[in-house]
Design a binder for this molecule. Sequence first.
Ligand SMILES: CC(C)(COP(=O)(O)OP(=O)(O)OC[C@H]1O[C@@H](n2cnc3c(N)ncnc32)[C@H](O)[C@@H]1OP(=O)(O)O)[C@@H](O)C(=O)NCCC(=O)NCCS
Length: 154
Amino acid sequence: MPEIRPVLIDNWRELIDLKVREDQNHFVASNLYSIAQSKFGDEYEGHWDLYPFGIYDDEGKPVGFLMYAVNFSHPTHQAFIQRLMVDEKFQGRGYGKFGMKWMLDLFHADERIQAVGISYAPQNKVARKLYASLGFEETGRIVDDETEAMLKLR
Ligand SMILES: CC(C)(COP(=O)(O)OP(=O)(O)OC[C@H]1O[C@@H](n2cnc3c(N)ncnc32)[C@H](O)[C@@H]1OP(=O)(O)O)[C@@H](O)C(=O)NCCC(=O)NCCS
């Protein structure tokens, strides 16, 4: 089984080495950027705390990265999937979906979270299909040039 591990002193370097394909670079920020961003949180319609994690294969090799955001005071969605990437060498093997399901299980278990947001480049067909298969519905809003989608949990 793949495993999700927090970003800590002993693994952040191996996670910043993970890369998407060159033609996917504009779909996602680097893991180095994300880990830096996670130290300070995000200010968008209130303060969001950021939680970065690595995705590991069943042998303990790093294969991907994810980061979610929470703001329990936000009126529409209290969690946001801020980042998801799988290294170019490991894509298409279920790791992205595994990471998504892991986050959604966490959110389902937290009664403070009513809905989860996500956004993606309009031309990112793989991401759109993956999120739609998990129940995300597009809201019709464009945020920072990205298509916004939402999953209502309760
Ligand atoms: C999007 C991304 C995270 C998906 O992770 P992944 O591990 O490659 O995807 P999975 O193997 O879990 O597959 C998820 C679904 O996408 C489909 N898929 C994966 N790669 C695909 C491809 N190249 N073309 C078509 N479909 C693809 C799978 O068939 C699967 O669908 P299914 O559940 O119906 O079988 C990964 O491709 C990636 O890092 N892309 C670049 C960065 C990016 O776009 N991040 C998202 C920003 S919003």
